[in-house]
Design a protein around this ligand. Structure first.
Ligand SMILES: *Cc1c(COP(=O)(O)O)cnc(C)c1O
Ligand SMILES: [Zn+2]
Length: 423
């Protein structure tokens, strides 16, 4: 952090509701009276926004964020300074398979292996500036690790500690992965969806940065800001100013909402026209797809699924997504869609991303390619559409990556075996 003053610009603290337009004050409120989640009102900042000349990571887009994540954050923000600035690569080798011009946004390059670090960086920076003793989250997976790591990385006395509330039945393996960052870990027995909501209203000295809270959504806008900035730079040689579509896996709807918010801000900034607005496609696992179900049924709001369902895409199995209705609105407003894919297609896409493109991703992230295949088959995506699949999380954490067939060659026979490679 720069300077001595812990103050937070008050004009950036106002929240607004995407649906009814009501305003509320942060941090007292996280949700609107109408029941929908609130996000930071950035209209004034967006109007003045231009692509930055300098800066890396999440703080590159500080003008659109509710808190500075550090002056020269690469040297002064702990692990949070390493969040963001992930590569966007063209994967033409998969074009025929995907049925479009495929780009991959590699979120596994974040410090804890998922895009969650973008939101955690902003949440932890805010909590530190506000002098909060605790920064909390409700998660058993990537978000728990991310909040714990980012809190561990804030230096100095008085910096916030991480409080991580995990479900009672969490596996020992996952618990150990989170525990290495030394957060305060508490197992909670009871309904997980209720726990999520209750922490947001809790009268406690903790700033909860759950999946779709305003600070997390603000930080997670930077995924789409980076994608669009990369495309804007590419237009020197290409004709398009933005991708035709962005595809991401959706669970709580936090990242999806953030992506939509980023596009709205770029339009307000005049950085692309309405006609250039990328379509947003969100993919769920068929075993737990309340948002896709609402989309299919033409409903305006998402009803909770009966239970979480069993899927290989464990990171996106939220039966009661707190920002589901907002994600649904985002897909419709951008002419996109919400769809779901079965586990066998998810696993096939995961294998293809590794064997044909070299990316080892979580099953949750592989839903993108599985979804793109379906969208291309149904004619939603064309062969000349530029489509960005957001690979949200690394697959390196998984011990069970499938089966392998190998041979063993005696050292003395190796040169013969190598010569045979050209045969
Ligand atoms: C959290 C997560 C998602 C889903 O993001 P939401 O904001 O909850 O919709 C997708 N993929 C991975 C790898 C995640 O960790
Ligand atoms: Zn509202």
């Amino acid at each position: 952090m720069t300077g001595d003053s812990p103050e937070i610009a008050s004009d950036s603290r106002d929240l607004t509701c995407y649906r009814c337009g009501a305003n509320a004050a942060f941090p007292d409120r996280k949700r609107c009276d109408c029941g929908e989640p609130l996000w930071f009102d950035t209209d004034a900042a967006a109007e003045a926004f231009a692509w930055p000349d300098a800066g890396t990571g999440v703080s590159r887009y500080a003008d659109l964020l509710p808190v500075e994540t550090g002056g020269d954050s690469r040297t002064d923000g702990g692990v949070s300074a390493a969040a963001g600035s992930t590569p966007l690569v063209r994967a033409s080798g998969l074009d025929a398979d995907a049925g479009c011009r495929l780009w991959l946004k590699d979120e596994s390059e974040n410090p804890t292996g998922s895009f969650k670090d973008r939101g955690s960086a902003v949440g932890v920076a805010w909590a530190a500036r506000a002098g909060r003793e605790w920064v909390g989250t409700v998660s058993h997976g990537n978000m728990a690790m991310s909040v714990a790591a980012n809190a561990a990385g804030v230096g100095g006395s008085g910096s916030p500690r991480a409080l991580v509330l995990v479900p009672d039945d969490i596996s020992e393996e996952r618990l150990a992965a989170i525990a290495q960052y030394d957060p305060e870990l508490v197992r909670v027995a009871g309904d997980y969806g209720r726990l999520y909501r209750e922490t947001l209203d809790a009268d406690a000295p903790v700033e909860f940065v759950n999946s779709d809270t305003p600070l997390r959504v603000a930080g997670q806008k930077t995924t789409a800001l980076e994608i669009c900035e990369a495309f804007a730079a590419e237009t020197r040689t290409r004709t398009k100013r933005a991708p035709d579509a962005i595809v991401l896996p959706v669970s709580s709807g936090g990242h999806a909402s953030a992506t939509w918010k980023a596009l709205r801000e770029l339009r307000t900034a005049g950085l692309f026209a309405a006609a250039d607005l990328p379509r947003l496609y969100f993919v769920q696992a068929a075993a737990c797809d309340p948002i896709a179900a609402a989309y299919r049924d033409g409903n305006d709001s998402v009803m909770p699924a009966d239970d979480a369902g069993d899927t290989v895409a464990y990171s996106i199995a939220n039966a009661d997504p707190p920002s589901g209705t907002r994600a649904l609105a985002a897909a419709r407003a951008t002419d996109g869609a919400v769809l779901s894919v079965p586990d066998d297609e998810i696993l096939d896409a995961k294998a293809t991303l590794a064997s044909e493109a070299g990316f080892c991703v979580e099953p949750a992230s592989a839903t993108t390619l599985a979804g793109i295949r379906r969208l291309a088959d149904s004619g939603e995506l064309d062969a000349d559409d530029d489509v960005v699949a957001v690979l949200t999380g690394t697959g390196f954490r998984e011990l069970d990556a499938g089966s392998a067939t190998t041979e063993t060659v005696a050292l003395g026979d190796l040169s013969e075996r190598l010569r045979a490679l050209t045969a």
